[in-house]
Design a protein around this ligand. Sequence first.
Ligand SMILES: [Zn+2]
Length: 904
Amino acid sequence: MSLSSPDRRSLLKATGALALAPAVALAPARTAAAATAAATGTTTQPFDLGRVRLTAGRLRENQDRTLAYLRFVDVDRLLYNFRANHRLSTNAAAPNGGWDAPAFPFRTHVQGHFLSAWAQAHAATGDTACRDRAAYTVAELARCQANNAAAGFSAGYLSGFPENDFAQLEAGTLKNGNVPYYCVHKTMAGLLDVWRLLGSTQARDVLLALADWVDRRTARLTQGQMQALLGTEFGGMNEVLADLHLRTGDARWLAVAQRFDHAAVLDPLAAGQDRLNGLHANTQVPKWIGAVREYLATGTARYHDIAAHAWNICTTAHSYAVGGNSQAEHFRAPNAIASQLTNDNCELCNSYNMLKLTRELWQLDPARASYFDFYERTLLNHVVGAQNPADPHGHVTYFTPLKPGGRRGVGPAWGGGTWSTDHDSFWCCQGTGVESNTKLADSVYFHDGTTLIVNLFVPTVLSWAERGLTVTQTTSYPAEDTTTIKLTGSTGDTWSMRVRIPGWTSGATVSVNGAVQNVTATPGSYAVLTRAWASGDTVTVKLPMRVALAAANDDPGVAAVTYGPVVLCGNYGSTALAALPVLDPASITRNGTAGLSFTATANGAPVALGPFHDAQGFNYTVYWSTRSTSGFRLLDAGSGLVLGVQDMSTADGGRALQWADSGTADHDWELLVDGAALRLRNANSGKVLGVQDMSAADGAAVLQWADNGTADHRWTVVATPDGSHGLRNANSGKLLGIAGGSTAQGAFAVQAPDTSAATSRWWFLPTGTRRIQNVASGLLLGVSGMSTADGGPVVQWGDNGTADHLWTAVVDSGGYLRLRNANSGKVLAVEGGATANGSRIVQWADDGAADHRWRLRHGGGDSFRLQSAAGGRVLGVAGASTAQGAQVVLWDDNGSADHLWRFV
Ligand SMILES: [Zn+2]
């Protein structure tokens, strides 16, 4: 519901609940039964649920746990409120608690979810207990409906609360917190699924009688009254009624569906405007799904525009790295991500609904692989991970906390504030949870009659009965980057298989029977294999994964870590975190060559990283600070060690020494420009580098001290012939060096005489993930169009916060480093490995070529030239342009201002 309506939300606040919001649904009506209406625009079809069986793997485990619960839940308890309201015996059943308690305003919202889940479970697995439970419930709902005259209700009415709530809703006087059409939508959607998937004519009859009641109830209202009513959450009424039209061919249901077109929400979306800020999130998504169904029913492009714009806006400006959206159930300001990391992120229902929307939109645009990139990311990281694998009934978390130190198992206050329970929660998300986990295989494969499309990499067996073909997919993806698809049976003539190549991969290959095929496998597209297939043919798809950072839209210094489709989170055990841990992105290392176990350095200490869907039973962080790291490491040219402070002291007098680069904060030095010199401020202690007692003697100890302005705190940078730097003390004239020219770890820093000792020369290495700003133009180094492809041109661009403006320095040898782009994972390179003036700078896979290696040459103040290891030319801007979009190129080191860059 919208914020302007005082109903359900305020009631829940009054009762101590955080709130809620749900939605239900079903797949597009497609199995022919009675007459059907022609659907516009799509030739790509899903396979019926029963055609695809999950085999051993995480998704199958989720399904099995939910199946156990669906067989266990007490059906008579679920019928309690319906029977009581329709004046039938409750069969001595105990009433439920939580959101199905007899006094809860929108009780009987959840039963429709169970009808859908039971029907899906039977369709997907053949489970007869679930089938029988659906049939029993439908029969009892028919009895309730048949008793309406005795109960004082209109014909067709069906719910667990008085019909008078609708009269109050229409009059604008409903104040008890109910969202009555929301509940009716769930019941209708559940009945439709039982009709569609189990072939129940009784479900059809109950549904049509209820739809008839909806028609009679709403036909009497003016358009103004109807629009006012739509201010109260109503689920996907437009969706289920459009489905009913598509399934029956009866235009009456389309007209009723369109009465539920909520102008205040849909009109701005039709115009591509993001007006979501402040709206209750899951109230809106079902309306967008309804818009797609209305497009299928009418062919009216505006409906498609609404849904496509809504998807773009939601996924780009309102979604977290795990694919979920919402904070405390609401959409926040566009791009508010880092500023909205709380315990109450990512309501499960929202992602359930976004996956439905994504699937629908993809069917209308099946060449657009990015739809299923989002689907995969959200399914894996949010929806699958929302189930508790330690619970044999597979209970779910309502919110998925994204605050630092969050832990799954968080529900609203009304319902225990923890995982859902057998009979005392029944929130919206519990309903969408049982639905989600009984249709996990429904989008793995699609077809258009002849072409087979593989969208998800999940161990499954597809029985394509019309063709006598069996497709067996075997994989432990995403723990491995490879999947195997074997065809057996009647393979038929020449036909095509289309395999999604995700946008995050690089160097994907597709093989048949072990031979790599010469097919285009561009990331973010479909590889098409067309051949005369033989039974036993085996397709192997390899999708190399790499570590990348997904920066928050509103703060480039905050990012999640991804590896292929997986979000990696940090395992903090039982430790509470007061703030985002400060991650050294260059430290992220995979443990071995298989699996999803990583380690990294954060807050100066090692931390284990693993896949977020497996982050169960411990505190985690999904987002990290990647900024703190505002300074530079000073790498000694003689020893290869970095300058730090003994024992990470924060006291005046702490001795400077050299140490292996372990990522601790005392290795990080900020450059403070002080006239022609620099002060070097330690990031750990805040103190600056000086000389003991302002001594001018050789060998005097170099130490940290409060930044009190004495001359020994200033250092001038001196270029040396090999490109390293001397650091000359402004007070003594001596150089920063290492005692005795030692190359040992722990050797103290001293001031040294002006000799050619390598241990008195230093390389600057920018710490952490940084933006690189051109001094002449003020613009940032970025990648044109945020490309993730090899060869993506590197240009200068305004600071709009996109992740392609972030670069992490990876230490190479000889004072060189590689600059890795946070968006693409590729590194700064020269096109074709060229060395000539004007050669274009591009990004390229990090394969160790010489043109990928750069070193910093001090350029005055806190600016640097970036010098290529291949040929020695430096980074500049074509024509010394100051325009946004200008190409970055290689050029002679001639002192031009466009050659200077600052790490910000
Ligand atoms: Zn929910």
